[in-house]
Write a protein that binds this ligand. Sequence first.
Ligand code: ADP
Ligand code: MG
Length: 301
Amino acid sequence: MPLKIGILTTQDVEENRLLVEAAEKRGHQATLLYHTKCSLSICQNSPEIYYEGQPIGKEFDIIIPRVDKPHPEYALTVLRQFEAMHIFTSETARAISIARDKLLCAQRLLKENIPFPSTGFAYSKEDFHNIIKTVGGVPLIIKLVEGTEGVGVFLADDMKHAVNLLKTFKQLSTPLIAQKFIEESSGKDIRAFVCGGRVMAAIQRESEDNDFRANVSQGGIATVIKLTEEEEEICIKAARALKINVAGVDLIRSNQGPLIIEINASLNFARKYMEDAGIDAADIIVGFAVDKYKEGLKNAA
Ligand SMILES: Nc1ncnc2c1ncn2[C@@H]1O[C@H](COP(=O)(O)OP(=O)(O)O)[C@@H](O)[C@H]1O
Ligand SMILES: [Mg+2]
């Protein structure tokens, strides 16, 4: 039976088209839902989600979310409304919101004993020196809690620079984390595509211009690689720690072994390297959502 799939998205990106095509290839119907066109009735006797004014709350069997800029908080609000109306969503708003927050994410990894670079956070300016020392002193990495694509990730060489960065963003009320700089991995990282507890592909990204950030969006190059068993295991554990089903897990190779850098809930897969890795990411994501949905129906019967 064809299923009705809603792709809840925040941006007009290539991934949307690929997901719709993948759903249709599997014989399902897929519709794009832009979050800002949704409005919500949070009323006990008539809960509803309207899309451009039309009720759609009961129209979909499956919602696949892609939460990114702009206004990710509102996309999560819409996703929570689908959850509140008992519509199956392939990820929960809770899991996505943890993944979007580097501080929350680090605390979750800590709880589950998954390795990541030493990280510190301070509320008060008086404590900035102290957390810098706690994570191992300078040079150190300073990151926006909610940054993506390498924007908002800084390398501070000396104490003055580090404290200055922390104070500046404090003044702007933008939370930052301080993190040990893993010098031996500078300019290189690994992106693993994890789906349903398995690593489907991994690519190594390397900056071409001495930037310590390897993000392809910052101009890095990508090569398909095979992860070690240990690396695979920590990627899978990291996704599981956040209860996220489909994720781009970033890790770096340190002298102490692999370390998780971040877990991306809305990974960019419309890139040639996914093809190079020999996988159809959109089909994997849709296939996973459909299987999970069917499993839920079976369990409920
Ligand atoms: N602690 C660190 N040590 C060394 N390099 C790092 C560290 N943290 C981040 N990087 C580099 O910076 C890049 C961007 O950092 P990341 O935390 O993934 O932020 P973003 O969400 O902006 O991608 C990483 O892909 C990695 O190459
Ligand atoms: Mg990253």
